[in-house]
Design a protein around this ligand. Structure first.
Ligand code: PEP
Ligand code: MN
Length: 341
């Protein structure tokens, strides 16, 4: 259910509506919009009926939302949501580029890459400190030391950091360093983790599971939002298909489909999406043309020696070429890429 408030409504009217919703055992979610404020109602198993809501001062109308994902849905919030991460806005005119290594490997590695991607126009630094690896013998990340290195790179370059949180045990630690908390593809349906990040008030980058449908991705975002954390950015990162020429199949259909169904910003990860460094730039161009609000790109100064995802990592030189192309495409679709010298 969605309670749409009149344009000139008062905070007292809003609180009165929330109180009535709480009294019925449901949860109100106040969602301010550019033109009017709405209050989403969750906690119900089916159709909710709250008598006399329409009679409360300031209420314009009560709409029954039938989609299973309510808070993520455009029905509830018709305008695009802008999620701001340490001053960087996702979902506005800017196409935000995040870049950095797959994994934090050393201080020297991160500092070198951070300076390069900042110079070339990245607005955020990526890097995993807790790495979810297919093999237990593969490099698992530098953990706390990795987070400290990222914080040092942030202090020097001014780039906010996005890093993965792998489990609830390390959530508090990772959240104390990250500006944007990444939930990886393998954890998209870790419902306990989703609920725990939902209790924080920190932005979340939610990556699509490798075999997840668009509806499942939206329901995973709903888990986070249902706990009161509305700062969610969705990420298409490729799905598993029968195709084996590429690591994954980057589902660019998801960009316009997600933008149609949801008000949340959508970013694309062409690095994991295709898995081949020489094909990352064309897919980045296509993502921006399709309407992505941002990109997340793996960059390594020495991909052949990278401890993870070297084959899909761009060198700073090839990242520079990607940025040139992406700026041109962004201009063609009335968007812009800020940043860079
Ligand atoms: C990553 O960003 O390095 C990563 C592990 O991504 P995904 O969860 O999409 O595989
Ligand atoms: Mn990676």
């Amino acid at each position: 259910m969605l309670v749409v408030m009149k344009r000139d409504t008062t905070p007292q009217n809003v609180e009165r509506v929330c109180q009535v919703i709480r009294e019925k055992g449901f949860t109100p979610h106040v969602m301010p919009g550019a033109v009017r404020l709405a209050i989403g109602v969750t906690g119900n198993q089916g159709f909710v009926e709250i008598e006399n809501l329409e009679g409360i001062d300031g209420v314009l109308e009560v709409i029954h939302v039938t989609s299973p994902h309510k808070l993520v849905s455009r029905d509830v919030h018709p305008e695009d949501t802008v999620v701001t991460v340490a001053g960087v806005a996702f979902g506005g005119k800017e196409v935000v580029v995040m870049a950095g290594p797959c994994a934090v490997e050393s201080r020297e590695q991160v500092m070198l890459i951070a300076r390069e991607v900042k110079r070339l126009g990245a607005r955020m630094l990526r890097g995993g400190a807790f790495k979810p690896r297919t093999s237990p013998y593969a490099f698992q990340g530098l953990k706390k030391e990795g987070l400290e290195i990222l914080a040092e790179a942030r202090a020097e370059t001014g780039l906010p950091i996005v890093t993965e949180v792998k489990d609830t045990d390390s959530l508090e630690l990772v959240a104390s360093y990250a500006d944007l908390l990444q939930i990886g593809a393998r954890n998209m349906q870790n419902f306990t983790l989703l609920e725990e990040v939902g209790k924080l008030r920190k932005p979340v980058l939610l990556k699509r599971g490798m075999s997840a449908t668009i509806k499942e991705l939206l329901l995973a975002a709903e888990y986070i939002m249902s706990q009161g954390n509305y700062q969610v950015i969705l990420c298409e990162r490729g799905i598993r298909t029968f195709e084996d020429s590429t690591r994954n199949t980057l589902d660019l259909n998801a960009v316009p489909v997600l933008k149609g169904l949801s008000h949340l910003p959508v970013v694309v990860d062409p690095s994991h999406g295709i898995g081949l460094w020489s094909k990352v730039t064309p897919m980045a161009r296509a993502a921006v043309a399709a309407g992505a609000d941002g990109l997340i790109i793996e960059v390594h100064h020495d991909p052949q020696r990278a401890l993870s995802d070297g084959p899909q990592s761009l060198t700073p030189k090839s990242f520079a070429a990607l940025m040139t192309d992406v700026r041109r495409i962004a201009g063609a679709v009335d968007r812009e890429v800020a940043g860079g010298e």
